[in-house]
Design a protein around this ligand. Structure first.
Ligand code: SME
Length: 162
């Protein structure tokens, strides 16, 4: 994992072009979903470096989002469907980009360092199985480039979920 590419001089899209295939090869041989989610969150956190203060997964359990493998500070364990950025992305089954969390009504302050956030739903056959959440300690960190590539990562992850 030392060799994971995170060259700051490359633009974000070029960095994802390098990261995403590495993540794919990291999880393709392993069937244990917890191990895979743990490695994906670690790889994304490492690759995004200072731009991501928190990277992790919430998985749908009995209708709630429950904290899964992550990298960063300890976070809220349960989020109700429709609540916060994560619950909104899960309920609407759409990626949510929040440039400034202070301006998102109902944002849940799990990570005190978070200033902007992107949440990607993990979808299989129209059903939401969880979310991938990436937080940044800067305002306006995420855009459509992030959603494009993180949605690809989410698709890979979904194949590994039970
Ligand atoms: N901010 C999220 C909660 C999860 S933490 O950021 C890790 C939300 O509003 O759903």
């Amino acid at each position: 994992m030392e060799s994971l590419i995170s060259t700051k001089s490359l633009d974000r899209g070029a960095r994802y072009e390098e990261i995403v295939p590495q993540i794919e090869s990291l999880i393709k041989e392993e069937s244990d979903f917890i191990a895979n989610l743990a490695n994906v969150s670690a790889a994304l956190k490492l690759a995004l470096k200072d731009e991501a203060s928190w990277v992790g997964f919430y998985l749908v359990k009995s209708g709630d989002l429950v904290l899964g493998p992550f990298q960063g500070k300890p976070a809220c364990v349960r989020i109700q469907m429709g609540k916060g950025v994560c619950g909104t992305a899960a309920k609407n089954k759409r990626t949510v980009i929040v440039p400034d969390v202070a301006k998102f009504p109902g944002h849940i302050y799990c990570d005190p360092d978070s200033k902007s956030e992107i949440v990607i739903p993990l979808m299989r056959n129209g059903e939401v199985l969880g979310v991938l959440d990436v937080d940044s300690s800067s305002v306006g960190s995420f855009d459509e480039t992030d959603s494009l590539y993180l949605e690809r990562v989410a698709d890979m992850v979904v194949e590994k979920l039970p």
